[in-house]
Design a protein around this ligand. Sequence first.
Ligand SMILES: NC(=O)c1ccc[n+]([C@@H]2O[C@H](COP(=O)([O-])OP(=O)(O)OC[C@H]3O[C@@H](n4cnc5c(N)ncnc54)[C@H](O)[C@@H]3O)[C@@H](O)[C@H]2O)c1
Length: 249
Amino acid sequence: MTNRFADHTVLITGGAQGLGLAMVRRFATEGALVHVADVNPETANVLKDEIDGSVAHTPVAHVLDVTDGDAVTDWINAVGGGDVLVNNAGIIRDNRIENISTSDWEAVIGVNLTGAFNCIRAAMPHMKKRGHGRILSFSSMSWRGNFGQANYVAAKAGIVGLTRTVALEGARHGITANAIAPGLIKTPMLASMNGPAREKLIGKIPLRHPGEPEDIAAAICFLASPEARYITGVVLDVDGGIGIGSSIR
Ligand SMILES: NC(=O)c1ccc[n+]([C@@H]2O[C@H](COP(=O)([O-])OP(=O)(O)OC[C@H]3O[C@@H](n4cnc5c(N)ncnc54)[C@H](O)[C@@H]3O)[C@@H](O)[C@H]2O)c1
């Protein structure tokens, strides 16, 4: 492991478990000071238990709901902004469109899309002052459309449009903005799917197996690194090829 992020402050939302936790671990191992914002009140304990004590900077936990715009702004101002922002917090409330309640629509758009907007809005002024910044937001392979996920798909497609616009507005200030679209990744979310449906989906992955959270952390750290300085406004599929489209085999 290199020390690519020594002297970097990284802000990650939804870092108490799953992909977020894998990214906290990777950034911290590579020298970053990581601030983690999660609605889970156990976040500080989770980080204490899960992150190797040998990291240069112990990640700092903040209990925060990303849908609360004022609280997000207070958090980001209090930590002095960041070099990297990772909008990872997300939820699903799947249903066929006629069965999606207004509250499930609003909750999914609220956390996945408005939450990212709240963080970007608060982080941009700090990044402009620094003259650089990396904004990374979680879309999903579902952004192209998925049965039973209208609310989630709308939010994740929204992330793509938001990212492309932030890329344009940030470019003159040295800020890049990119989205990542994971496929099926081994997280509690995937484990919770019913077995036959899960196996059917896994069978459609050209690389023939689900990804590991570390695969996502590696891609995010690349996009946050100096090597990715000329990449902005893209959606990076990290999905074993499932996003390529249908295949006869
Ligand atoms: N797991 C996958 O296969 C997969 C695939 C595609 C996209 N994604 C996206 O990746 C991201 C992470 O997914 P995951 O599987 O690790 O999810 P997860 O459910 O394991 O973790 C999500 C984290 O977000 C936190 N969170 C939820 N609501 C919040 C809020 N209002 N404010 C702050 N924190 C909040 C949760 O407490 C949790 O720690 C999500 O945006 C998800 O949509 C995941």
